[in-house]
Write a protein that binds this ligand. Structure first.
Ligand code: SF4
Length: 955
């Protein structure tokens, strides 16, 4: 047997000792710094990535040159080096995790067909999936809400959960945290993250230890950066490659240092701080960069607050928002139930590496330094349409009034100013509380009654001086009315200081005699059961409940758009009168139609402010100067009367850090996963048998799979144009996550397969079924294919349609794609700037491939979507200079060739030849956006998945 080559940096393998005298080995960065002195001044996050490159340097996937290049990272160098980053583990949420599991199951089916052991396909690193995205707030405002919502969740998702149970028994390193435990990023903080990990012992029986690091199939994976773990969100395709042993490849990033000084003032929350950080960093343009926090202010911030700041990295555009490890991180590990051995090893390892402690100004060379004095942060919200649009609490009222009549392109709502204060009566049914109705069938809007049964059925009059009073006994709604108030999202519900603040504010409000109007949809969706436990122990939960904030579910709920519907009466009043209704939520995203299709103004705020605005009832109530509401005896109660003091929060924090509680809670993942989950029957066996299901089906990505790839680098001939798009086509335009229209190709297919409209569920939940997803590709109701001529008024048709060529017959993109594929005609999509921006959604690339689209030509691409296109074997091509499909004068009737002259190379120039209907032709040079050598290999193999499968089967 050939001897493995010696490690190029073998001398850097050293030994460290824990406080109890246990020893372990580690790849020493201090030792490496003897060869490359600049290592000692590298950003901490870069050094952690460097450790992975050093440890995995095998001369094949990771070479000595990779180590050298990263060790020479310079703050302002041109970024051309590619880093192969081998991560320690992978986390998934259920919307993205199910299709990924389906791909793994399909690979096993291929292995079995080729008479190979199915066990060849096995994740090489631990993979944990948390089921958090599926629960909806169908019920609220009742003590039964949690149970009823979970019942519906299990009815709707039974087939998906059966499939997960198959995965749990089929794969050795694949674990599932069932519904009802919490949100993936909080569970990641509290449970999955174990500090440092170890590889099997060497001959001397001393294991090698290394830092935790991960990728997750959710953009807010960056929350883990708060405890010093390097990790970020990737598309499902990249995550699959990572779990099957491929490094995550990326260009060396810039690292922006964010120096924090001073202290937060009394009354200012972590949510206020993160909204400041987001607006500052958006302006600094940190897209694709690492951000690393340092300085005395960073050292003073509690670990949950650091996690809140890390969480919103996608909102400020950074790859990560990283906090180095220090004594506070170690205390967090202790308080959340990690074992003594784990905690000791964690601290000793980072000390040995010279990576322990918050860096001071001047310690590290950053690409750029941004500064914030924490003392300047004030109470804020963000909105009404984007998370980076921060508004001081005291300015919200005037800001809303101003935006009400501003044009849409100025971020406004384009309404006549004189309508601002008008109010509209709801029908009597909208406020009735005395009729019994049965629970809704799956998929239907939730009933009016259940939610209000435990709250005052009398509508409390508005007390705001701004918003006019409702006529006595009637419920009226008007512009700026808060119709959804949700304590939701991993960003905030993992943070005891803001969750306790919400509870304390609720207590003081109830004691002062304040109430929340019953038609406001109030919900409490903590990020884990620990939150409920400490709110209960602190005696605060009953007060939140009195104001309607009953537990609605442990999951994303309102944050992922699972707010459930509003009542028909409220929906009708909004749509009939063009009302600008508001949601106030403690979430991180508020793009239009994300929270509820009829609520146009969505404000992100801290949990206590969510409660305060639910009481006030309208965002035009200026909480800095006007009463929140009328209390006992008609007395005005102001925000200052009920806002928690720092001492009140501190006194209650002791309930939040109880190591025993954390351990007891997470032991239940295995010992007591809940009655609903236990009753799910999964199939068994190493290979999935693909029972008939409209949720899970064998994906077709490996049809006709052979060990040798077909040549796929010979260019494209005679392609038809599928679509001509404008700028900023998002992944949600390409592959929507929300509701499925009955008349759409996916809706028609579901009905033909016996699924009634009420059970359509969402595209997000049907990502395990390619038949639904391919029909949903480019099916967003708002997408505009500019091939379709505008109507006489100049209005552009919306929806996923195209003109089939030749002839120009109008039809759904899916139908045209099937006709082109039947005829063996390749197709191409043209786009503008930022093609594929938005969430990292691999179905946007998978669906493109399954529609037979061979290339996307755009003026620029979003990072993850470009990589996903290559990962699915679709060519991304970028126009140069001022070129665009408009300057080429394309109408969609042309035929297109893509000519690749010579061997495929990263970023090479290729020729686009446009053949027009009149027989003329035109050539233009475009840039191939296959960016790295490994991507060339992926493309030649038809994508990452066939590439990895061939490697595994050949091994
Ligand atoms: S709570 Fe919101 S941000 Fe967090 S994982 Fe869920 S959807 Fe994503």
């Amino acid at each position: 047997m050939a001897k493995a080559p010696a490690h190029a940096f073998a001398s850097t393998l050293k030994t460290f000792k824990t406080a109890s005298g246990k020893s372990g080995k580690y790849w020493s960065l201090k030792e490496l710094a003897k060869q490359y002195p600049s290592v000692e001044r590298l950003p901490v996050s870069i050094r952690i990535v460097l450790e992975s490159v050093l440890r995995n340097c095998d001369g094949q996937k990771v070479s000595a040159k990779h180590v050298e290049e990263l060790a020479h990272w310079a703050p302002n160098a041109e970024r051309t080096d590619e880093i192969p980053f081998v991560v320690t583990r992978v986390v998934l949420q259920d919307f993205t995790g199910v299709p990924l599991l389906a791909d793994l199951a399909a690979m096993r089916s291929v292995a079995a067909k080729l008479n190979k052991s199915p066990k060849t396909i096995e994740p090489l690193v631990p993979v944990d999936l948390v089921v958090d995205h599926s629960v909806m707030v169908d019920y609220y405002g009742t003590p039964k809400a949690l149970d009823l919502n979970m019942k519906l969740e299990f009815q709707r998702n039974n087939e998906r959960y059966q499939f997960m149970k198959w995965g749990m028994q089929a794969f050795d390193t694949f674990g599932v945290v069932p519904p009802g435990f919490g949100i993936v990023h909080q569970v990641n903080l509290e449970y999955f993250a174990r500090g440092v990990y170890k590889s099997p012992a060497d001959k001397s029986d001393t294991p090698v230890y290394y830092p935790d690091s991960l990728v997750g199939t959710d953009s807010h994976t960056t929350m883990i950066n708060g405890i010093g773990v390097v990790g970020w969100g990737v598309g499902g395709i990249e995550a699959e490659a990572a779990m099957l042993g491929q490094p995550v490849y990326m260009l060396t990033p810039d690292v922006v240092g964010f120096e924090l000084t001073g202290k937060l003032r009394e009354g200012v929350t972590a949510t206020d701080l993160v909204l400041y950080v987001t607006s500052i960093l958006r302006a600094e343009k940190v897209v694709g960069k690492f951000v690393e926090f340092f300085g005395p202010g960073a050292a003073s911030i509690a670990v949950p607050d650091r996690a809140t700041i890390g969480n919103m990295a996608p909102e400020y555009g950074a790859t990560m928002g990283f906090f180095p490890i220090d004594e506070m991180t170690v205390a967090y590990f202790e308080g959340t139930g990690r074992t003594k051995e784990e905690v000791e090893r964690f601290a000793a390892y980072y000390k040995a590496q010279g990576l322990f402690g918050m860096p001071a100004p001047g310690d590290i060379d950053y690409t750029k330094v941004v500064k914030l004095d924490l003392g300047t942060v004030s109470p804020s919200l963000a909105g009404p349409k984007r998370p980076q649009d921060r508004i001081n609490l005291g300015d919200l009222s005037t800001k809303f009034a101003e935006l009400y009549s501003k044009p849409n392109d100025a971020n406004g709502f384009n309404q006549p100013a004189d309508k601002l204060k008008q109010r509209y009566a709801l029908t009597r049914e909208g406020q009735s509380g005395d009729t019994e109705v049965p629970p809704p069938p799956p998929g239907s809007p939730r009933p009016v009654i259940e939610m209000v049964a435990n709250r005052s059925t009398k509508a409390a009059a508005h007390t705001s001086a701004t918003a006019p009073s409702a006529p006595k006994g009637d419920v009226t709604i008007g512009n700026g009315d808060v119709l959804i108030a949700a304590i939701t999202s991993c960003t905030n519900t993992s943070n005891p200081s803001v969750m306790l603040a919400a509870g304390i504010l609720a207590k003081k409000a109830v004691e002062a005699g304040l109430k929340v109007q019953p038609h406001i949809k109030t919900s409490l969706a903590p990020g884990s059961r620990i939150v409920t436990e400490y709110l209960e122990k602190a005696g605060l939960l009953p007060y939140l409940e009195k104001l309607g904030f009953y537990l609605a579910g442990y999951g994303c709920t309102t944050c992922i758009g699972n707010a459930g519907d509003l009542t028909p009466e409220i929906n009708e009043a909004i749509t009939k009168n063009d009302l600008i209704g508001a949601a106030v939520l403690s979430g991180n995203r508020n793009f239009e139609a994300r929270i509820h299709p009829n609520l146009k103004a969505n404000f992100l705020a801290s949990p206590p402010l969510v409660v305060a605005f639910a009481i006030a009832g309208n965002v035009m109530t200026d909480l800095m100067t006007q009463p929140v509401g009328k209390g006992k005896g008609g007395k005005d109660v102001y925000l200052g009367d009920i806002w928690p003091t720092p001492k009140e929060i501190d006194d209650n924090l002791r309930f939040a850090m109880n190591a025993k509680s954390f351990r007891a809670n997470y032991e239940k993942v295995k010992s007591d996963p809940g009655k609903f989950w236990t009753s799910i029957k999964g199939t068994t066996g190493q290979v999935y048998d693909w029972p008939t299901s409209t949720y899970i089906a064998e994906p077709p990505f490996f049809e006709g799979f052979q060990m040798q790839p077909h040549a796929s680098d010979a260019g494209i001939q005679g392609a038809r144009v599928m679509a001509l798009f404008g700028d900023s086509i998002t992944t949600d335009h390409i592959s929507p996550a929300g509701s499925i229209k009955e008349s759409s190709p996916a809706g028609i297919w579901l009905k033909a397969h016996g699924v009634p409209k009420a059970d359509f569920n969402s595209y997000g939940s049907r990502r395990g079924n390619h038949d639904v997803m391919v029909r949903g590709t480019f099916a967003n109701v708002r997408i505009k294919n500019l091939m379709i001529p505008p109507d006489a008024n100049g209005t552009q048709e919306e929806g996923g349609v195209t003109l089939f060529q030749p002839g120009g017959e109008k039809m759904f993109i899916y139908d045209a794609a099937m006709k082109y594929m039947e005829a063996g005609t390749p197709t191409i999509v043209f786009g503008g700037e930022e093609y594929g921006t938005g969430s990292s959604r691999d179905w946007a690339a998978k669906g493109t491939q399954l529609l037979g689209i061979k290339a996307v030509v755009a003026r620029s691409f979003e990072r993850i979507h470009r990589a996903n296109l290559v990962g699915m074997g679709v060519l991304p091509l970028q126009f140069r200079g001022a070129d665009s499909w408009q300057t080429l004068g394309l109408t969609g009737e042309e035929k297109i060739d893509v000519v690749i002259g010579g061997e495929l190379k990263p970023q090479m120039d290729v020729k686009l030849v446009v053949h027009r209907a009149d027989g003329t032709h035109q050539e233009v040079t475009v840039r191939l956006r296959i960016d790295t050598p490994i991507e060339v290999d992926y493309y030649k193999h038809g994508g990452i998945l066939p590439f990895v499968l061939r490697q595994l089967l050949a091994a």
